[in-house]
Design a protein around this ligand. Structure first.
Ligand code: NAP
Length: 251
């Protein structure tokens, strides 16, 4: 966690897919900045509870809520529980996502629908429901995209297409929601050391990425979390429809 700064005191954040990886890092740093945080997870109750415990131990406020954010009914319950716990929602981080890389001949319909169902449809449904609970003064939506949405990586046509969709959705929703004072931005990370990416990090491809990264290393969840705190805060109050690329210079 980065240094305490309290820029988000009084705010409530919902972070999807926060039981591990990038989402867990973002949840902890938003809490450190003063926000009350809903730590969403799909199946890793233990992971989510651990994130909540860490936040509470550091003097913050947090609650774990199970919901599959590719399903509208679960999403509705997620925000109902968030509002019951903390009264409103000011910050939504659409982080939950899956990546199933496959060369053309290995693409399956199931994998296509799984990735688009969560990374794209889930993000839209979550945002549609989430902004209903934002105050009249507005709020901040932060989408987690990927450099895979704008870099042609072999094996990445489906996953990359989900993130290219997120890139466009971020810009479209910034226009639709701007008049309500809601800012919509995204972070597009390069390779980040997480449970989900562990195989990539260890692979030859992972070594190649590091070799081609000007800053000479892959990212950590804390690298991404710092940008999320910025986007959630008043420091970014004139920023909407934008992307922050965090990849150590790898593109
Ligand atoms: P991860 O380690 O695999 O963690 C994924 C998180 O998403 C977990 O908390 C998981 O919850 C949750 N999740 C999965 N399906 C869900 C669903 N249907 N509903 C709710 N939560 C769900 O992933 P990560 O590497 O941190 O990646 C997080 C985001 O960053 C993704 O959008 C990914 O595309 C993006 N990203 C990652 C990298 C990277 O190199 N790691 C790079 C660029 C972009 P459970 O544990 O309960 O299943």
């Amino acid at each position: 966690m980065s240094a305490k700064n309290e820029k988000l005191t009084g705010k409530v954040a919902v972070v999807t897919g926060a039981s591990k990886g990038i989402g867990a890092g973002i949840a902890k740093d938003l809490a450190k900045a003063g926000a009350s945080v809903v730590v969403n997870y799909a199946s890793s109750r233990e992971g989510a509870d651990k994130v909540v415990e860490e936040i509470l131990a550091a003097g913050g406020a947090a609650k774990a809520v199970q919901a599959d954010v590719s399903k509208a009914a679960d999403i509705e319950r997620l925000f109902a529980e968030a509002v019951a716990a903390f009264g409103q929602v000011d910050i939504l981080v659409n982080n939950a996502g899956i990546y199933e890389w496959a060369a053309l001949e290995e693409i399956t319909e199931e994998s296509f629908h799984r990735q688009f169902g969560l990374n794209v449809l889930g993000l839209l449904l979550t945002t549609r429901e989430g902004v209903k609970h934002f105050p009249e003064s507005g709020g901040s939506v932060i989408n987690i995209s990927s450099i895979a949405g704008s870099t042609a990586l072999p094996g990445c046509s489906v996953y990359g297409a989900t993130k290219a969709s997120v890139d466009l959705i971020t810009k479209v929703l910034a226009k639709e929601l701007g008049p309500r004072g809601i800012r919509v931005n995204e972070i597009a990370p390069g390779m980040v050391e997480t449970e989900g990416a562990a195989e990539f990090v260890k692979s030859d491809f992972g070594a190649q990425v590091v070799a081609q990264t000007p800053l000479g290393r892959i990212g950590t969840p804390a690298d991404i979390a710092a940008a999320a705190v910025f986007l959630a805060s008043e420091d970014a109050s004139w920023m909407s429809g934008e992307a922050i690329y965090l990849s150590g210079g790898y593109r």
